[in-house]
Design a protein around this ligand. Structure first.
Ligand code: MN
Length: 279
């Protein structure tokens, strides 16, 4: 078993080291992570500049590779030949803040695992509901225990092709932890505010600030599980098709002709998943 460990908080983040140490239980661990914080960086493919890779040592003496690309670039580099050995699983984290609901499209932690899916490698993203922007003073022990439990379960079974897991762990003492719940994506409530300022040369600039997002703790969702003290495990796929909208859209007239949407369905179903179909 060869596990690629990455993150979006940067190669020096304590959550990355804690996760890498926990993954050694399952086999060989390779670490390829970005050289700075890419939180909120989304699914990136860097095409307009070269990517540089350096060898670094982590705090426990572990060897790691770091790149000036995004987390998804790091995974692409690793799977396209930077690592000589075939990778069986991508594990990303431990992120310092939860990635719930719509967060998954912003999250470098989650999109790193999405990149693995593009290359046909399953993965698990792990985030801690740390409620702090400082990663150094967080206790990662429960998060890595949950991560190990989830990876053990994934290895004992087989994730359906194109499926990856988004795991979120509440920031509670281990004794108060209630267990793992299988969930769906919930609803985040963003409280972003645009801060407009003026630089010393008189030019306006903008900073997206505001308060941390909250969420709607619906039963059965990732937000709801964390709210009740459970860890959430949400299976995700890269297919963002709004299947619930298909019946409605099938009734619309497209260029004056009905039922065009019906003809799209077999085309979508025939597309291969997780086999670098986009390349
Ligand atoms: Mn992050």
């Amino acid at each position: 078993m060869h596990i690629l460990v990455t993150n979006d908080d940067g190669v020096t983040a304590p959550g990355l080291l804690a996760l890498a140490q926990a993954m050694r239980e399952f086999g060989k661990v390779s670490i390829v992570a970005p050289d700075h914080d890419w939180s909120g960086g989304g699914h990136v493919k860097t095409l307009n500049r070269p990517l540089r890779v350096r060898r670094v040592k982590l705090a426990d003496g572990s060897d790691a590779l770091t790149s000036d690309g995004a987390p998804s670039d790091c995974v692409a580099l690793a799977l396209m030949g930077l690592l000589k050995d075939k990778v069986d699983l991508v594990v990303s984290g431990v992120n310092t803040a939860a990635n719930l609901g719509h967060d998954v499209t912003y999250s470098g932690t989650v999109t790193a695992v999405m990149e693995g899916i593009i290359w046909g490698v399953p993965g698990v993203a792990v985030s801690l509901d740390g409620r702090s922007s400082s990663s150094a003073d967080l206790d990662y022990s429960l998060a890595v225990k949950v991560a190990a439990d989830v990876v053990r379960t994934v290895l004992a079974n087989e994730l359906p092709q194109g499926t990856f897991l988004n795991v979120n762990v509440p920031y509670v003492p281990t004794l108060e932890f209630k267990g793992i719940r299988l969930t769906r994506q919930g609803l985040r409530v963003y409280r972003d505010r645009l801060d407009k300022r003026t630089d010393p040369r008189g030019n306006d600039y903008y900073w997206i600030g505001g308060d941390r997002p909250t969420g709607v703790p619906h039963e059965g969702t990732d937000v709801g599980a964390l709210f009740e003290g459970f860890a959430s495990v949400t299976p995700l796929s890269l297919d963002l098709t709004a299947f619930h909208a298909m019946p409605l859209l099938e009734e619309w007239l497209w260029n004056g002709v009905a039922d065009t949407a019906n003809e799209l369905i077999p085309v979508l179903a025939a597309m291969p998943v997780g086999e670098a179909a986009l390349h």
